[in-house]
Design a protein around this ligand. Structure first.
Ligand SMILES: N[C@@H](CCC(=O)N[C@@H](CS)C(=O)NCC(=O)O)C(=O)O
Length: 359
């Protein structure tokens, strides 16, 4: 038997079939159909695939019979039925249906709407914004995919606290960057994307390890996720370009971050100092955390009938809430100590920056 896959590296439909062949450890010949150079429209290829799309799979049996197949999902089903181990589809009927739902969302709800030929038509023939078109359908489809995918995932969770641990683990990995991004000009979009991807993947990997009996303690999971994610995003930050100075300047004027992390932008852009104070913000941050957790743990204790503990949380809740009422207007007031010392109001600086006026 010989398998030939006509495909292209960046085609998602080809990816599906390559993944299926890979999981089943089926060796195959990789024939490139360069869809960017329009190889798919050649008569010889159209004879194999009348839609002029990749992938096409050809299986030549030992007796010389050739089975040619188009469309990635039927190809995968064929492979799964002909070479059942390891199975691509779950055994459980319901999970199988859910898997098909996810596949269908991508296969008919997203992919065809942002396909190369569709994009070329939207831009070339209809003269419309092809990027806006594809962004609309991709984000709509992926949002549904995410919701349904998460629904499937919950089947593998046994308790609510497992979900909480997982959430905590993903959040712990990204927590540092969500704070630091306000206080260090060097953090860029790639830092955030890599932090999100890495903490998500590590948390999921550790979760799967735990489910299959090789798990570590929850504390160790948290520390590993935070440590690896931090190394990943700091490295990515150092190897990617910072946002351009104009964007950073606008960001600074809008969010007015205090502290030394924006010194370069302040100095080079001749920008006013932030009217906010870092110690005051740290105080607000601590009070905010205490307020949220006291509310959560307090109501939990109350619901479980632990009234003594609930009363202690109530005190923390009220005190931290009071502290927030006092701190928030001071942190975010436009009039800060630095203005009293002659630094122009940031509101004025923002207007000047956006209108381009000076003086
Ligand atoms: N439903 C088909 C979709 C195949 C498809 O759209 N392939 C794309 C690449 S991912 C293609 O060949 N596009 C070429 C074009 O649009 O001209 C499948 O699952 O195989």
């Amino acid at each position: 038997m010989k398998i030939v896959l006509h495909n292209y590296w960046r085609s998602s439909a080809s990816h599906r079939v390559r993944i299926g062949l890979g999981l089943k450890k089926l060796p195959y010949d990789y024939v490139i159909v360069n869809i960017v150079k329009r190889d798919q429209h050649a008569d010889t290829y159209r004879a194999k695939n009348p839609m002029a799309q990749v992938p096409t799979l050809e299986i030549t049996d030992d007796d010389g019979t050739v089975h040619a197949l188009n469309q990635s999902l039927p190809i995968l089903e064929y492979l799964d039925e002909r070479f059942p181990e390891p199975a691509l589809m779950p055994k459980d009927l319901y999970l199988r249906a859910r898997t098909r739902i996810l596949a269908e969302i991508v296969n008919s709800g997203i992919q065809p709407l942002q396909n190369l030929s569709v994009m070329q038509h939207v831009k070339g023939q209809l003269g419309q914004d092809d990027k806006a078109w594809s962004a609309h359908w991709i984000s709509r489809g992926l949002t549904a995919f995410l919701m349904i995918g998460c629904g499937v995932f919950t089947i593998f969770l046994s308790t609510a606290s497992e979900a909480f641990q997982l959430l905590l683990s993903v959040g712990a990995g990204t927590g540092l960057i969500y704070l630091l991004r306000w206080f260090w000009w060097r953090i860029n979009a790639w830092s955030e994307i890599s932090a999100m991807a890495s903490s998500f993947l590590i948390a999921i990997a550790l979760f799967i390890a735990k489910k299959s009996g090789h798990g570590l303690s929850d504390e160790a999971n948290l520390l590993i996720t935070v440590a690896v994610t931090t190394v990943v995003w700091v490295t990515v930050t150092m190897f990617t370009k910072p946002a351009d100075d104009e964007t950073l300047r606008k960001f600074y004027l809008l969010t007015r971050p205090a502290g030394p992390g924006w010194n370069r932008i302040r100095r080079e852009g001749d920008l006013p100092a932030s009217p906010d104070s870092v110690p005051m913000m740290l105080l607000g941050w601590t009070a905010g955390i205490a307020f949220v957790y006291a509310g959560l743990f307090g109501s939990g204790s109350f619901l479980y009938g632990k009234f003594g503990v609930a009363a202690v949380w109530l005190v923390v809740f009220v005190v931290s809430g009071g502290a927030l009422i006092w701190i928030v207007p001071r942190v975010f007031s436009a009039k800060g100590a630095s203005q009293d010392s002659g630094v122009p109001a940031l509101g004025v600086a923002i207007e000047t920056a956006s209108t381009g006026e000076s003086g």
